[in-house]
Design a protein around this ligand. Structure first.
Ligand code: SF4
Length: 346
């Protein structure tokens, strides 16, 4: 079975040309899939019946099966999908009063990066996702929103996995999200723990995609304890690569900071962070930690987070405490899957 969502425009054209179809049929099929959001070949009425028949016998429009879905009081939808080989991945749709609709999608089943505080990291790595599996997560939300007269406006590669560990598929998926779903580069963000050579390579792609760095600590000793990747590329190398990305792309870099009670939320830490980022065009997102079963840390209190923001701002670094979307559901990375697996455990 050929998954059509795994193919870009040229791939669709090649497939249909190989079936002896004129070139405009691929354009029609593309229009059905991405402009009208139609996944049912039987409904594609301007395609000839024999072509619809062949598509239904030899192709699929997507492969993800919903295993579990949770909808939060704030409108956040979190899905756990089962892949054809049984692997489970998560994606989240965040709904904002401003009208922004952001899909947070996964790039791998599991993750090899081993961040101590992360539910996905605690599970280990299963496999890379294909381009189609990455794109389909956003496509499903785009279709769902389209059906209720809304539009998917933003995509963040911030779900399960490290996108730059699956570099080629992640970059192809970003191109597809721009081309097929019509979401501009400035509305797409890729989040990384700091694979420095990949950040440098990504800068050369010439996108204006946002870059978000999971930083979480200001000293190499502390960061290496939380995030093993830091033993390979230290904070100084990472910040230098971010400065170069900012210069080349013209985009302000975002630093993600999980605020962990008593761990990395002191005023002294905020001053160190302010000094580390001084002069860099950036923004800091502070996210009170979503507790996970395998990590003892808890979220920082609101007043401590507010003080952290003030200190950063005194260094000229804009910072926001991010609203924890979907706090009543398992919206932290990897948490839904770990909850489901626990439920399934004997
Ligand atoms: S935080 Fe991201 S990179 Fe780190 S283990 Fe979790 S999924 Fe992987």
């Amino acid at each position: 079975m050929q998954d059509l969502v795994d193919l870009d425009r040229a791939g669709l054209a090649d497939l249909l040309a190989g079936w002896g179809q004129p070139a405009f049929r691929a354009r029609q099929l593309h229009g059905w899939l991405y402009e009208r959001g139609e996944a049912d070949f039987g409904a594609m009425l301007n395609l000839p019946a024999p072509l619809r028949q062949r598509l239904s016998e030899e192709a699929t429009a997507g492969t993800l099966q919903v295993a579990t879905e949770q909808t939060s009081r704030d409108g956040t939808i979190k899905r756990l999908y089962r892949l054809p080989d049984g692997q489970l991945i998560e994606s989240v749709l965040m709904v904002y009063a401003s009208g922004r609709r952001t899909a947070c999608i996964s790039s791998q089943a599991g993750c090899a990066m081993g961040c101590a505080f992360c539910a996905t990291g605690q599970m280990g790595f299963a496999r890379h996702l294909t381009v189609g599996e990455i794109v389909e997560q956003a496509w499903i939300y785009a279709r769902q929103l389209q059906a209720r007269g809304e539009r998917l406006s933003n995509v963040v590669l911030m779900g399960m996995g490290e996108p730059f560990h699956n570099y080629d598929a992640a970059v192809s998926a970003i191109r597809r999200i721009m081309d097929d779903l019509g979401i501009g580069a400035r509305h797409i963000t890729v989040s990384t723990v700091g694979l420095v050579p990949a950040i440098r390579r990504f800068a050369e792609e010439g996108f204006q995609v946002g870059l978000a760095i999971s930083l979480h600590a200001t000293t190499d000793a502390q960061r290496s304890a939380m995030m093993p990747v830091n033993r390979r590329w230290d904070i100084a190398e990472l910040i230098a690569a971010c400065a170069d990305y900012q210069a080349i792309s013209g985009r302000r870099v975002t630093f993600e900071w999980a605020l962990i009670d008593g761990e990395n939320d002191s005023e002294a830490e905020a001053h160190r962070l302010g000094q580390l980022l001084r002069g860099l065009s950036c923004h800091v997102n502070l996210i009170p930690l979503n507790p996970t079963g395998g990590y003892a840390g808890g979220p920082t209190r609101a007043e401590v987070a507010a003080r952290f923001v003030e200190v950063l701002e005194s260094h000229g670094i804009p910072a926001t405490v991010r609203v924890r979307r979907g706090i009543d559901i398992d919206a932290g990375c990897g948490q839904l899957k770990s909850t489901v697996l626990k439920r399934q455990a004997p």
